[in-house]
Design a protein. Sequence first.
Length: 457
Amino acid sequence: MKSFTTLPLSQAMLDNLEKLEYEIMTPIQEKSIPPIISGSDILAQAKTGSGKTAAFGIGLLHMLNVKRFRIQALVLCPTRELAEQVTGELRRLARFQHNIKLIKITGGLPMRKQEHSLSHEAHIVVGTPGRVLKLLDRGSLKLDDVKMIVLDEADRMLDMGFIDEIAEIFRFAPSERQTLCFSATFPDEIKSLSRSILYNPVEISVDTQHDSKIISQHFFRVKGTEKCQAVTSLLAEFQPQNAIIFCNTKDACRKVGKELISRGLHSLALHGDLEQKERTEVLIRFANGSSNILVATDVAARGLDISDLGAVINYDLPFETETYVHRIGRTGRAGKEGLALSLISGKEDFRLHQINQLVKENFSIEEKAWDAPLGTYHLPSMITLSINGGRKNKISAGDILGALTSEGGISGNDVGKIDRMDYITFVAVKREYAAKALEILEKGQVKGRRFKAIIND
Ligand code: AMP
């Protein structure tokens, strides 16, 4: 735990931090501010609440030449709300120095006003990718003097489909610059994006639990006929945020999927009989939170890239013990505790014995009465709308987000992942705004054109 006074910051900045009652650096600040100040690119794992805004904010203000009225730093955020928060934090941090000008440019607000502010020169721009790119295209925003670009919540920006906009924006920026990328998770897309925009980055992670992952494992005795009842009870008892239920056959998968729906749960089945199009849709709906139960076979779940599974449930124990280890490895990532629940029926005790040998544990079988569950399992928070236009129709994530959130629309925080295919786009929105979002998309226009939208539920 170090104090800010150990950093080579101006006395005025240190005095201001003291006024803000920032004395001790948070772990992300302690690790990232020194390399930022020394000019390195960084790739940092940081969540909201970690103090990441002040980490890049202090670095950014430190390098600013206040006498030079040119845009020297650009901060990109996924949503208008985050841009608002970042702007607020930067303004508080910038109070130590007179005359630092900061402009916020986000979608859903009149462009002309923002262009007017930009014509008066400023030092820092905080914005969302869609609107930033529009103003760059129109020539009203220039990045020629930019020395630092910050990507805040990079994974969320990619989730929202902003990858093309971000790549475009970087084409407007000088190649000699400092780039800071902050992200809560590191899926492959972030790694490949950072390879193309970061130079020799210092990698920072403060999540110490990451390597030694903890998975809580349970085995329950069931009769073959009680299995769906058991799954329903376990979901109600453990309340994982979401779950994959593994079955050994396609038939079981279909049957379990249907039975869970008839029990009032929201489940999707993923098996080899689905067409590619259906498979894509199922994976998107599960990944964007529009369904919280996925019933799958091992083969169908291959390539499923979801880092944040609340639980893995083995409806059937796998034939191969290694498959058990592989299945449960899908829960308990990103520093969270994982949960693996397995049903054991009939003559399967030897499988548990094999598992115990492989994982060097001594799990035993728990007995439970599978009566009607106490309580219910929650429904998913999101819902997916599909729009009959995509990449090939030149619709961007920003266009859709803009349409949904423009005046009288819904808040950016209520919009989830935006997945664009060639001719179709899937947008997740909070369930309670489904009808409103549908109305906006059907009545309004996206990029001057009218598209059809439907709710997939
Ligand atoms: P963030 O993760 O950037 O959203 O920041 C979380 C909150 O912590 C914000 O309200 C900051 O104002 C506050 N904060 C950031 N750094 C410090 C610090 N070193 N000491 C105390 N509070 C801080």
